[in-house]
Design a protein. Structure first.
Lengths: 238, 238
DNA sequence: TATTTTGTAGTTGTAATACATCTTACAATG
DNA sequence: CATTGTAAGATGTATTACAACTACAAAATA
């Protein structure tokens, strides 16, 4: 007889696969609530631990959302969900920080262009609020850095394109950690100046100016922090 | 005193965020082994359940791989690693593609611009080869569609920016499924015409023309297949 | 009756403990 | 020197218990 390799099977893998099938086939439809953990334990005949691990893998994939006290739900399949696959790449491929910033410059410049085209009253109001928040937070590096990112988030939202919003969020997730250092180096005025001008361009529906300013803004930032690749904190956990 | 809202926090979320930071910052490098679950329990001061749930979310995202008996490792960013997180993409059948295509238009146009700036002899050669391959495959929808995508991949490579290259790869993975339908609708000549002109612009280092042509190219495609959202099979995967 | 408050059942979140199973490394054995 | 056995360390699974949150119904109140 022939010998075939035995692959160790994890129960949670089996649960994961079966749950995936149920979602793919539509038996568990988008937006619907899946059986409770207790019910799944009964159905699969396994422990709650195994069920929960499978669920959390699906959460990581953007397929399920857990609402504590309510239940676990199948996500509507939106473009921004599959953009989750970008995260691993941008997260791990810290290949070079400068490449990520270059990518960001493109995204943000074109986001500004699109925002100038599509922003409605609500978007404008959000942008103005974000800008005012920055002015108010001048002097506090941490809060200013957060407000700065919020302005960029508001620009992304004004595009009304959920893929762009998601990609922006991923980029900002990565920048959050070092944004304070950036503010520390670049100061407050540069960001405030550009943000003000960009908002003005968006209000005026001046697409090319908005894009141009945003590109300048990012480039100026990149220039000032060009040595930041080594700056990124390498501190160990704990 | 004032009362401020308390937002419920999940410990596993906090663990997840911190682990993510460690990977983003490169403290846990690709390919390396992260601390054992027991060690993480000690470091975070939480239960093993919370640690494992955070880990499984990262597994679902394609960031970590668990090897039983050995430990848990940060994934190298290889195509095969993020490919298996594509479940959400496979489920997108029923979702709208328009936002994704809009995102693609931006990415590709700016990629073309950057390619015109940075392409070296090798890149040019790769582009020419891809273009010739398209001409040769004229008549065979399937092979032509593949060759078409290869040209765009070659443009991305000419940017010499690994983030852009990988983001392009993701977009193309998604498009592969419907690329044949696109070719079927749009025919061979349009793509060949634009690709030829784009290559010419890249050779001439004419950045703005390269970007403009690529944007036109994608827009033209989008226009022709504007009805494709309903065209895509609504059937579940499986 | 209409409204507010409270209680309760159901659900997910966390913890602690125990043991099973797998991988690796290394010592013991022949 | 090759093989086998063993121990250490890692993840996998199960069990039990309770905490925290949500939604909804029941009760109290106006």
């Amino acid at each position: 007889m022939t010998i075939t390799a035995i692959k160790p099977k994890r129960i949670s893998d089996e649960v994961f696969e079966q749950m995936k099938e149920h979602i793919i086939t539509g038996e568990w439809a988008p937006g619907s609530k899946i059986p409770s953990e207790h019910e799944l334990v009964e159905l699969f005949g396994v422990s709650r631990v195994s069920v929960r691990e499978a669920i959390h893998r699906l959460v990581g994939m953007g397929v399920l959302t857990i609402r504590r006290g309510e239940g676990t739900f199948v996500n509507e399949v939106l473009p921004e969900n599959y953009m989750n696959t970008l995260l691993p790449i941008l997260m791990i491929e810290s290949a070079s920080f400068s490449e990520t910033l270059e990518f960001r410059a493109i995204m943000e410049a074109e986001s500004a262009r699109m925002a100038a085209k599509r922003a409605d009253e609500k978007d404008i109001a959000r942008l103005e609020k974000a800008l005012k928040a920055m002015e108010k937070k001048k002097g506090n590096i941490q809060e200013f850095a957060e407000a700065d990112l919020n302005f960029h988030v508001a620009v992304a939202m004004a595009t009304h394109n959920s893929v762009i919003i998601k990609v922006n969020a991923i980029i900002h997730d990565m920048l959050k950690k070092i944004m304070e250092e950036i503010v520390d180096i670049t100061g407050y005025e540069g960001g405030l100046y550009y943000h003000g001008k960009i908002l003005e361009a968006i209000k005026n529906r001046d697409e090319s100016t908005a894009a141009k300013l945003m590109r300048e803004h990012i480039s100026a930032t990149v220039d000032k922090i060009s040595g930041l690749d080594e700056l990124k904190s390498k501190k160990p956990l704990a």
